[in-house]
Design a binder for this molecule. Structure first.
Ligand SMILES: Cc1cc2nc3c(=O)[nH]c(=O)nc-3n(C[C@H](O)[C@H](O)[C@H](O)COP(=O)(O)OP(=O)(O)OC[C@H]3O[C@@H](n4cnc5c(N)ncnc54)[C@H](O)[C@@H]3O)c2cc1C
Length: 332
C-alpha cells in the first residue's frame, strides 16, 4: 500500500505530537506514526515546565491542561546541615504566567495533544504504526515504510515532502538516514525506582537530597513515590554487582525519611537505569540528506536539558522550536 502526505513525523512523543499539531494548525498536512497502541510508559517525563505551560496556553490548551490532575512545584530545596532548607531553585521569582513546574504524567499530556489533534483536519495520528525503514530517492529521504502492529503486520509506504525523525533518544530513523548526533558529555546518569507512599507522609513536593557523589529526588505520585537517583555515569554495572542491599542503603542515605521502606525494593530488577545523553544532529547533516523541497529533520531526546536548566522546557520541547524553523524553511 502507498500513501502520500506533506510531512510525515515518526514518533508520537512530546516532540512529534507538538510539532505535528503546530504544523497542522499552520496548514500543513501531517501524519504522525507511533508504534505503540497508547502513550503509557513506565518512568517517563513528569515535569511540565513554565515555558511548556506557556506553549500550551498559546496552543489554546492551557485550560484543558489545568484540568488534568496535577501537583505544582515552585521551589526545589536541599536540607542544610544543622537544620533548615537551602533553596536551590525558586521558580516563584520568574516573571511568567506559570512560575512553577506542573507534575503531570507524560501520557496525560500526550493524550491531551492527541485529542486536540482530532480537531485539526490536517492532522492524522496512526497508532500501532512502526516505521521499519526510510524511503530514498537517490540520497534524499522521501518518506518511510511502516508496519501495522495490530494485524498481519502489513507494510505501508508513506511518501512526504518532509520526513521528521521524532522517534526518541535512540532514533532508528535518524540512524537509517545516516545522521550521527553530536554528543555533549554528561557526567551523571539516573536510576528510577518506586517506593510506597503512605497517607501520613509529609513530603508534598520535590525534595532533592544529596550525599557524597549522589542525589535522589522523590516525586509524589498517587500511592507511591517515583524516585530518581543520580550518580556518576558509568557505574551501573558496579551498582548492580554491589547488590540490592547496598543500593537500599544509598537510597536511605539520600532520603532518610523513606529509609523505613527501602526493603520494598526486592532486587536490582526494580531499579531502571537511564543513560542520560545530551546530543543533537548538526543542521548541515540534515541538509546533506535534503534535496529541493525534500528534507529530513531530527527531533530526538535531550532529557538532561531540563536538569541543566530546570526553568527551561522539558527535553522534547527544546528541539521542537529549531525543528519547526527547519520545517517552515523547507515546506514553504
Ligand atoms: C526514565 C525517564 C524519566 C524522564 N523524566 C522526565 C521528567 O520528569 N521531565 C521531563 O521533562 N522529561 C523527562 N524525561 C525526558 C522526556 O521523557 C523526554 O525528553 C521526552 O519524552 C522526549 O520526547 P521525544 O518526543 O523526543 O521522544 P520520546 O518521548 O522518546 O518519543 C518517541 C516516540 O517515538 C516512538 N517510536 C520509536 N521508534 C518508533 C518507530 N520505529 N516507529 C514509530 N514510532 C516509534 C516511541 O514509541 C515514542 O512514543 C524522562 C525520560 C526518561 C527516559
Amino acid at each position: 500500500m502507498s500513501e502520500r502526505t506533506t510531512c510525515v513525523i515518526v514518533g508520537g512523543g512530546p516532540a512529534g505530537m507538538v510539532l505535528g499539531l503546530l504544523l497542522a494548525r499552520g496548514g500543513v498536512e501531517v501524519t504522525v506514526l507511533e508504534k505503540h497502541s497508547d502513550f503509557l510508559r513506565d518512568f517517563r517525563g513528569d515535569t511540565v515546565h513554565p515555558t511548556t505551560l506557556q506553549l500550551l496556553d498559546e496552543l489554546g490548551l492551557g485550560e484543558r491542561f489545568a484540568r488534568l490532575p496535577h501537583t505544582r512545584v515552585d521551589e526545589i530545596s536541599f536540607p542544610k546541615d544543622g537544620g533548615g532548607q537551602l533553596v536551590f531553585v525558586d521558580l516563584k521569582r520568574l516573571r511568567v504566567k506559570h512560575p512553577y513546574i506542573a507534575m503531570v504524567p507524560q501520557w496525560d499530556l500526550l493524550d491531551l495533544l492527541a485529542i486536540a489533534g482530532r480537531d485539526e483536519p490536517r492532522f492524522t495520528l496512526r497508532m500501532n504504526a512502526e516505521v521499519t525503514s526510510v524511503l530514498r530517492d537517490g540520497d534524499a529521504v522521501v518518506g518511510v515504510r511502516y508496519r501495522d502492529r495490530t494485524g498481519a503486520g502489513e507494510e505501508t509506504e508513506i511518501r512526504a515532502d518532509l520526513t521528521v525523525a521524532a522517534d526518541g533518544r535512540w532514533s532508528a530513523v535518524r540512524a537509517a538516514a545516516g545522521l550521527a548526533p553530536r554528543e555533549t558529555p554528561v557526567p551523571f546518569d539516573a536510576w528510577w525506582l518506586r517506593l510506597p507512599r503512605r497517607p501520613e507522609d509529609e513530603i508534598a513536593s520535590l525534595r532533592p537530597n544529596a550525599g557524597a557523589g549522589q542525589l535522589a529526588v522523590a516525586i509524589p505520585r498517587e500511592g507511591y513515590f517515583q524516585i530518581a537517583y543520580f550518580a556518576l555515569k558509568g557505574i551501573d554495572a558496579q551498582l548492580r554487582a554491589a547488590g540490592i542491599e547496598r543500593f537500599r542503603e544509598r537510597i536511605a542515605e539520600c532520603l532518610p525519611v523513606l529509609a523505613d521502606r527501602v526493603d520494598q525494593l526486592a532486587s536490582m530488577d526494580d531499579v531502571k537505569h537511564l543513560d542520560i545523553r545530551l546530543n543533537r544532529s548538526p543542521a548541515r547533516q540534515a541538509a546533506a540528506v535534503s534535496r529541493g523541497r525534500t528534507s529530513f529533520c531530527v527531533a530526538a531526546q535531550v532529557a538532561s536539558a531540563r536538569i541543566a536548566d530546570p526553568r527551561g522546557p522539558a527535553g522534547g520541547s527544546v528541539v521542537v522550536i529549531p525543528c519547526m524553523c527547519r520545517v517552515i524553511r523547507h515546506v514553504n
